[in-house]
Design a protein around this ligand. Structure first.
Ligand code: PNS
Length: 170
């Protein structure tokens, strides 16, 4: 279902925070699809480090010079969001075999829910295969360096967030 807007992909996730592994996948996706929508899940069950708006702003800033990259947020079922956005493809990154089982389950469940949307897996550069948002947060909280693991502006935001903790998150 290629719409008049060309091939549209949705790259969904939590992105708390955006890592260089995510950036790598978004760039690879942008090279293949006419438009890639980075879709940040609004998840009321989680207590994120950054609000959805903060995560959207940071991601927009990182891709400000790439018109093929759009940043949005969504709630509810991913396939319903993808259908609303007339996307053909869901992009997910696969770092290692350990990601595979859960990702395959999600891809097949999403296909069960909507057969018109295909999941495409992309592998990041080897240098990012061990990078995750969870580890970035843990390392930063314990005083370790996250330079090279996240975009510079995310690193700055992490430092600001640490300096002003306790802000209402959502
Ligand atoms: O970055 P994450 O946390 O691995 O992303 C997970 C995400 C957002 C892709 C997944 O939780 C999701 O799609 N949530 C939306 C709700 C939904 O559609 N659930 C059924 C998935 S099979």
């Amino acid at each position: 279902m290629a719409s008049s807007a060309g091939r549209v992909a949705v790259y969904p996730g939590t992105f708390d925070p955006l890592t260089n592994g995510h950036v790598d996948i978004i760039q690879r996706g942008a090279a293949i699809f006419d438009r890639i929508i980075v879709a940040i899940l609004v998840n009321p069950d989680k207590s994120p480090l950054f609000t959805v708006n903060e995560r959207m702003e940071m991601t927009r800033e990182v891709f400000s010079d790439q018109p093929g990259v759009e940043v949005d947020s969504f709630q509810g079922l991913l396939v319903e969001y993808a259908e609303r956005r007339q996307a053909d493809v869901i992009v997910r990154g696969l770092r290692a075999i350990s990601d595979f089982e859960f990702e395959m389950q999600m891809a097949l469940m999403n296909r069960h829910l909507s057969s018109s949307i295909e999941t495409v897996f992309m592998m990041p550069a080897e240098s990012y295969t061990y990078v995750s948002s969870r580890l970035v947060k843990e390392i930063f909280a314990l005083g370790g360096s996250v330079t090279g693991l996240v975009p510079a502006l995310v690193e700055t935001q992490l430092a600001e967030q640490q300096a002003a903790p306790g802000t209402q998150r959502a």
